[in-house]
Design a protein around this ligand. Structure first.
Ligand SMILES: *[C@@H]1O[C@H](CO)[C@@H](O)[C@H](O)[C@H]1NC(C)=O
Ligand SMILES: *[C@@H]1O[C@H](CO)[C@@H](O)[C@H](O)[C@H]1NC(C)=O
Ligand SMILES: *[C@@H]1O[C@H](CO)[C@@H](O)[C@H](O)[C@H]1NC(C)=O
Length: 380
């Protein structure tokens, strides 16, 4: 992993190389392999993850009769807010997806659908954030395996920009009387947990230190954040009045250990959730590469936090048992977790759940042949 200083050096070198690239035809001596590789690298980075917060979209999903009908709110466009379908004096739910997802992904769709299904009349405003353009790792078809981690790093470095814009949009809604800070609940999955933390923290800055009511992080992302090897701000237990976390995949994509006030570990959240065990099959071991098989099972487990949360919306019966710091106490998993829950760590055991439609990420598969090919070409 890179450190801040390394990034600056790489970044400066890249800018320098990009500027001199126009001279390439007249100065063939710089047309060496590392130069070409770096130029290719920068161009791909620009293609895979954008950095412009104007590309973030905000959708209201308040239509009880048609859950796939949305209206869009544009920052500082009063008309778009008035026509958005937001209802005054209702609590606000803000859904923030994770890496390589967007409006149509399992998160936010499952959570939004569960909210809409659970009611006869609208009792909450649902705002979906789509920052897919700033968190994409595989849109560009020419990407090869080496680019995935690079694009991820850029998406991580975008957390502050995305979080700030989300806070500004929520502030815009509040300033016009469509939401209150003490009734705002931000829910983020994976990278979205940290983006949500940043947004919640920025709302504090905009409101003289007052915090939003709640932040729920679903298996907040580990890489880059814990250990903190990138210059980013991970979510903290102080980002909102109440911060609860559901962990499902601590050892791979989700953070290891507690990061909220109430942390619930489902099935110990070590590596594989029960329905994801099937992803690791004998055929998998024989036909796929081992890292690919592991990332499939782990990715499925990372997505399981979405399903546990979605299911919790129409159910207050999933009770977790207090362990570290909370022995003798209980916590309700997910939506109905009370802000007065005793702080600490909790364990929830669950055998059956519907794994949902979290898309598989063949993260390591393309990397592996690249390594082999490169190794072979280096030898020859
Ligand atoms: C629901 O809304 C979507 C988007 O506006 C539309 O395409 C679809 O036809 C609507 N479905 C129904 C059943 O009205
Ligand atoms: C939020 O604050 C307002 C104004 O102080 C108050 O009227 C309202 O009851 C509060 N709402 C909640 C959910 O605490
Ligand atoms: C992983 O397992 C789940 C549950 O059996 C299944 O729905 C999903 O399609 C599997 N994913 C892959 C990539 O095999």
């Amino acid at each position: 992993m890179f450190f801040r200083g390394d990034f600056l050096i790489i970044f400066c070198a890249c800018v320098f190389l990009k500027n001199i690239s126009s001279l390439e035809t007249t100065t063939p001596e710089i047309n060496l392999l590392p130069v070409n590789y770096l130029l290719k690298f920068i161009n791909k980075l620009e293609n895979c993850v954008k950095r412009d917060p104007n590309l973030i979209r905000f959708y209201v999903a308040n239509n009880l009769r048609n859950s796939s009908s949305y209206t869009e709110i544009i920052l500082n466009d009063i008309l778009s807010l008035q026509n958005s379908g937001l209802v005054r004096n209702l609590p606000l739910k803000v859904l923030i997806h994770g890496i390589d997802q967007s409006l149509t992904a399992q998160f936010p769709q499952d959570v939004k659908n569960a909210y809409l299904r659970s009611e006869q009349i609208l009792t909450k405003n649902i705002l979906i954030v789509d920052y897919g353009a700033m968190a994409n790792i595989k849109t560009e078809s020419q990407l090869n395996g080496f680019d995935y981690p690079i694009c991820y790093v850029q998406a991580v470095l975008n957390t502050a920009t995305a979080g700030t814009r989300i806070a500004q949009l929520i502030q815009f809604i509040m300033d016009n009387g469509y939401a209150q800070l003490n009734d705002t609940h931000i829910i983020g999955h994976s990278l979205g947990g940290h983006v949500g933390g940043f947004a919640a923290n920025h709302l504090q800055t905009l409101n003289g230190g007052k915090k939003p009511a709640r932040l729920t992080a679903l298996d907040p992302a580990a890489p880059g954040f814990r250990p903190k090897v990138l210059p980013v701000r991970p979510m903290t237990p102080d980002d909102a009045i109440f911060v609860d976390v559901i962990h499902t995949n601590q050892i791979c994509f989700g953070v290891l250990g507690p990061v909220g006030q109430v942390d619930i570990f489902v099935n110990f959240a070590l590596f594989l959730q029960p329905p994801c065990v099937g992803n690791i099959t004998l055929k998998g071991f024989l036909v796929e590469t081992l890292p690919d098989v592991l990332s499939l099972g782990s990715w499925c487990s990372h997505g399981a936090s979405i399903t546990y949360f979605s299911q919790s919306i129409s159910d207050s019966l999933s009770v977790a048992t207090g362990v570290l710091g909370a022995t003798g106490h209980t916590a309700i998993l997910g939506e109905n977790c009370s802000p007065s829950t005793y702080p600490g760590q909790y364990l929830y055991l669950e055998g059956n759940f519907n794994p949902g439609t979290y898309p598989s990420l063949r993260l390591w598969k393309p990397i592996y042949p690249d390594f082999i090919n490169n190794a072979l070409s280096w030898r020859s």
